[in-house]
Design a binder for this molecule. Structure first.
Ligand code: DQA
Length: 150
């Protein structure tokens, strides 16, 4: 059975590479996406990648994933700390999700330590630079394998 994972990047992540490189590294979003795609290919899973700067678009993309994707790997960026709508979309669709952050949000400003989705996702990966996405994908793949083992 072919497994499908939706990867979502939130606001300002289109500026990766330029944006606060000391926090987020120097790889561009395009380069991070190539790594995600190549890892997915290696593991034999299908990925679709989506970036948005808009909360409503993120919510609608999650709704649209119902019945199509087996798992979501999501870096909601700033919406992590603010969006009840995002939390509700994850709850409503009940698609197993892995929360990902490039930086370690627990080592930063106090407002970043609070995630409004951490208790509705399966788990969180935070602080491994762009490899957080790879670890997040790995977690999603293992999660699907375990589920299918029964
Ligand atoms: C981020 C952390 C958030 O606090 C921040 O708003 C981001 C990126 C990360 O990947 O480390 O935009 O999600």
């Amino acid at each position: 059975m072919r497994r499908k994972i939706l990867v979502i990047h939130g606001p300002n992540l289109n500026l990766l590479g330029l944006r606060e490189p000391e926090q987020y590294g120097t790889l561009t979003l395009e380069e991070v996406n190539r790594r995600i795609e190549s890892f997915a290919r290696e593991k034999g899973v299908e990925v679709e990648i989506f970036q948005t700067n808009h909360e409503g678009e993120m919510v609608e993309r999650i709704h649209g994933a119902m019945g199509i994707f087996d798992a979501i790997v999501i870096n909601p960026a700033a919406f992590t700390h603010t969006s009840v709508a995002l939390r509700d979309a994850l709850l409503a669709t009940a698609i197993p999700a892995v929360e990902v952050h490039i930086s370690n949000i627990h080592k930063r400003e106090p407002f970043r330590r609070r995630s409004l989705i951490s208790d509705v996702v399966v788990g969180q990966v935070s602080g491994f630079g762009p490899d957080s996405y790879i670890l997040g994908l790995m977690a999603a793949i293992l999660m699907m394998e375990r589920r299918d083992e029964g």
